[in-house]
Design a protein around this ligand. Structure first.
Ligand SMILES: Cc1cc2nc3c(=O)[nH]c(=O)nc-3n(C[C@H](O)[C@H](O)[C@H](O)COP(=O)(O)OP(=O)(O)OC[C@H]3O[C@@H](n4cnc5c(N)ncnc54)[C@H](O)[C@@H]3O)c2cc1C
Length: 400
């Protein structure tokens, strides 16, 4: 068994884990990040980098290099309901340096952070290393055990961070309890190739009892088709052709290309889950990102929140970690700082899910656009409010 002693061990190389690892390593803390996969190439991740994350990258002096990678800049958001486009959010007035959402494959973003972090000798990233359980001594978490690429790993650390996402092993191992907030929808995730005369930007569409979101990934559209929770079995019973027709009805330009969805193997079910922990920490252990509060895809803000948690955790924990102080009061401080932005965002997501998206995909009929859409469409200055909520979120963090 390989043994490692470090100051901070982070389980999970997603946005939360890698950003926290980078920030701590940049400030001299010894960090080991464990990622259970062999690479970051997974197509079920969101692709959005919001203005508040870009601002953090700017504060770190990294935004120019990041934005040199291929990306799309989305300065406003719109939705098509039946045959009408509604402009919903405008980022142009945000008080930040990059007033847009950058759509970039998340693996490019994660590789970028991992490469920058690797420049610090006190940072180490163990790929294909899956945290399996926490090590506890006298009621305190003193490290974790993991299954590594070359065999078992035992890591001792002053602080263990669970950034291992919505199905967090570390939070279960710590015995932390979550509150599940009901979600009426799931998402079918699939690729459809792109053609030169397709619409130029990602757009959410609601029509005829269905909802489709298309993310531009250069040569193909990453599509999210929203279904009522648990409806996949019914859909499968009707056959894949019925699904193709539903997609063609909502995005007619995809037409003949829908034959690319040959079997159900070309379609993944992404279960939407919204939950949050009552307590994010135990002595020696802290959860951040989806491990502390799993986010719905609505607004595409989960990555952003995960990064904000990482920045707040680094701001609060850096000095006591370096000084070898008791971290107890500081872990509570991280939860106090980040719990309400997570709760507030989940509240908004659930309101939109229950009042707009669930009715749009369960009734099988055309829906009337909500009054808010009509107001936003009519008065452009109002679009700054959703622009701020989506682009910066509640309580944006800054690098200290
Ligand atoms: C269908 C869907 C679409 C979404 N689209 C968007 C979007 O467009 N924009 C957006 O902002 N948010 C989106 N979200 C939400 C977003 O994906 C999450 O909120 C965000 O990824 C959370 O980041 P994280 O770092 O906390 O966790 P994750 O991104 O889940 O990262 C956790 C990492 O830990 C690794 N891991 C897991 N278990 C272990 C273990 N035991 N040991 C070691 N490593 C482990 C995983 O492989 C993963 O790399 C979407 C969610 C869903 C369900």
């Amino acid at each position: 068994m390989r043994k490692i002693d470090t100051q901070c061990c982070i389980a999970g190389g997603g946005p939360a884990g890698l950003m926290l690892g980078y920030l701590l390593a940049r400030n001299g803390v010894e960090v080991v990040v464990l990622e259970k996969h062999a690479d970051f190439l997974r197509d079920f991740r969101g692709d959005t980098i919001h203005p508040s994350t870009l601002e953090i990258m700017h504060e770190l002096g990294l935004s120019e290099a990041l934005l040199a990678l291929p990306h799309d800049e989305v300065r406003s958001l719109a939705i098509r309901v039946e045959d009408t486009d509604y402009a919903l959010a405008d980022f142009s007035a945000l008080p930040v340096h990059h007033k847009f959402i950058a759509f970039m494959p998340q693996w490019d973003f994660l590789n970028f952070i991992a490469e920058r972090a690797a420049a610090f000798p006190n940072f180490s990233l163990e790929m294909e290393a899956e945290a399996t359980e926490l090590s506890v001594e006298a009621g305190r978490i003193i490290g974790l055990r993991a299954a590594g690429a070359d065999g078992p790993l035992e890591i001792r650390a002053d602080l263990v961070v669970g950034a291992d996402g919505r199905h967090s092993t570390t939070r279960s191992s710590a015995g932390l309890r979550s509150i599940e907030l009901g979600v009426p929808i799931d998402v079918l995730w699939m690729r459809i190739s792109k053609q030169a005369d397709d619409p130029s930007q990602a757009l959410a569409r609601i029509a005829g009892g269905h909802m489709l979101v298309m993310i531009d990934r250069g040569t193909y559209w990453q599509c999210a088709f929203v279904i009522p929770k648990g409806a996949l079995a019914q859909l499968r019973a009707r056959g894949i052709d019925a699904l193709r027709q539903e997609i063609a009805g909502i995005a007619p330009f995809t037409g003949a290309r829908l034959g690319e969805l040959e079997t159900w193997d070309d379609i993944s079910l992404l279960t939407v889950l919204v939950d949050r922990l009552r307590h994010w920490y135990r002595p020696g252990f802290l959860c951040i990102g989806d491990a502390a509060h799993a986010m719905s895809p609505i607004g595409g803000v989960g990555i952003n929140l995960a990064i904000q948690d990482a920045v707040a955790a680094a701001n609060i924990l850096l000095a006591p970690l370096r000084a070898g102080e008791d971290l107890g009061p500081y872990l509570a401080k991280v939860q106090r700082r980040r719990a309400w932005p997570a709760r507030g965002t989940q509240f908004l997501q659930i309101m939109i899910q229950n009042n707009l998206i669930a009715p749009a995909v369960t009734g099988g009929a055309a829906i009337k656009p909500p009054l808010a859409f009509r107001l936003l469409n009519r008065w452009p200055s109002l679009r700054r409010i959703p622009g701020r909520l989506i682009g910066l979120g509640l309580r944006p963090e800054h690098i200290r």
